[in-house]
Design a protein around this ligand. Structure first.
Ligand code: SAH
Ligand code: SF4
Length: 334
């Protein structure tokens, strides 16, 4: 096996553009296996609500899209989904939704987090992905028992960020600030980007990787941009196969740059290739997020087109069941 050495941004760009795929994935896997092992950890994904106050130009549940039927799970449904995760020995759940604020919402999340902790006797780990919030809200959710938070920067290039978000209510500096606050509050912090956006260059993706490294993140979720018919951002000039290949190379390169973080093999990979999540793991990822949202609501939580509705077939994955699988990077820093 040949060692892959990344000296500078030009090397990253070369690999991103497909200079040496086979050697790249083999080395990324080896780095993962040597540093954190070859096991995969599960997070049952609960799509809590598609209500959202934001209007991101790429997203199917943006507030100005009239088409999705808006829903929000009640606490009972969240707890039932968590029970499912317990019964299937998943180890962790993720509470994800559009961005909402207000004390009713904040307190409901507190009750859900506490409820999940109680019903599982503290056994289920809890990740939250509920957008930009105040420090106080982040603290409340942390105290309630959540310990990881996912907030993607979407693109670390401020100009591109501003192209894919409307000016009102969306601000690059605010999003970045939230990542800092989450870290200060004590969460394991995950961020990530979309890959193959309109106007995004390989150099931008290389800078994204450098950004993730400089942020010293604990976890990463990133995946290909996929057009949604109701979202105005529209078509990317990157062909879908190329976006998929880029996403795998991003995973592999990040694994080499940050050997001990958690990297998710995301649903958007699966949307482009029936074996997408397997290929993400083979490229160096170590986290899978099976969807455990109640079946009847899944069609309403369409962030992008062609989003898979079915669960992952877990046979063939080397799963470490019933474990939190916290980021070894976070644990070693503590
Ligand atoms: N509202 C929260 C969490 C839900 S959205 C937030 O925005 O942080 C979760 C992720 O879905 C976003 O971070 C974005 O990266 C991804 N997403 C949204 N629309 C997408 C699209 N069209 N293609 C690919 N990923 C998309
Ligand atoms: Fe809302 Fe998140 Fe979609 Fe933006 S990406 S519109 S914040 S759900």
């Amino acid at each position: 096996m040949r060692e892959i050495v990344i000296k500078n941004q030009a090397d990253l760009v070369d690999y991103l553009l497909g200079k040496d795929d086979s050697g790249l994935f083999e080395w990324a896997r080896a780095v993962r296996d040597k540093t954190i092992g070859d096991r995969v950890y599960l997070r049952g994904l609960i799509e809590f609500s598609n209500r959202c106050r934001k209007d991101c130009l790429y997203c199917g549940i943006r507030c100005s899209n009239p088409n999705p039927m808006r829903y929000e799970l009640d606490e009972q449904s969240v707890l039932r989904a968590a029970e499912y995760a317990m019964e299937h020995n998943y180890g962790s759940v993720v509470l994800q939704a559009g961005e909402q604020t207000g004390s009713l919402f904040v307190d409901k999340i507190v009750r859900c987090v506490r409820g999940v902790k109680e019903l599982s006797g503290g056994k289920l780990g809890i990740t939250i992905s509920l957008g930009e919030q105040t420090r106080q809200t982040y603290e409340l959710w942390k105290e309630a028992g959540a310990h990881r938070y996912l907030l993607r920067i979407e693109s670390s290039n401020r100009v591109l960020y501003e192209k894919i978000h409307p000016a009102s209510g969306h601000d690059y500096a605010t999003r970045l600030g939230c990542i800092d606050v989450l870290r200060e509050v004590g969460f394991q912090v995950g961020t990530g980007v979309m890959i193959g956006l309109p106007g995004q260059r390989a150099q931008d993706l290389a800078s994204d990787l450098e950004f993730l490294k400089a942020q010293d993140i604990d976890m990463c979720g990133m995946g290909p941009y996929i057009e949604h018919p109701d979202a105005p951002l529209g078509a990317s000039e990157w062909p879908l196969e190329e976006r998929f290949a880029l996403a795998l190379r991003m995973i592999a390169l990040l694994r080499i740059l940050m050997p001990s973080i958690n990297i998710a093999s995301t649903t958007a990979l699966h949307a482009l290739d029936p074996k997408g999540r397997e290929k993400g793991i083979a490229a160096g990822a170590n986290i899978l997020m099976p969807n455990i949202t109640p079946d009847n609501l899944r069609p309403e939580y369409k962030l992008y087109n062609n989003k898979p509705m079915s669960d992952i077939d877990l046979t063939g994955f080397n799963v470490d069941y019933g474990q939190w699988g916290d980021s070894p990077h976070f644990l070693s820093r503590k």
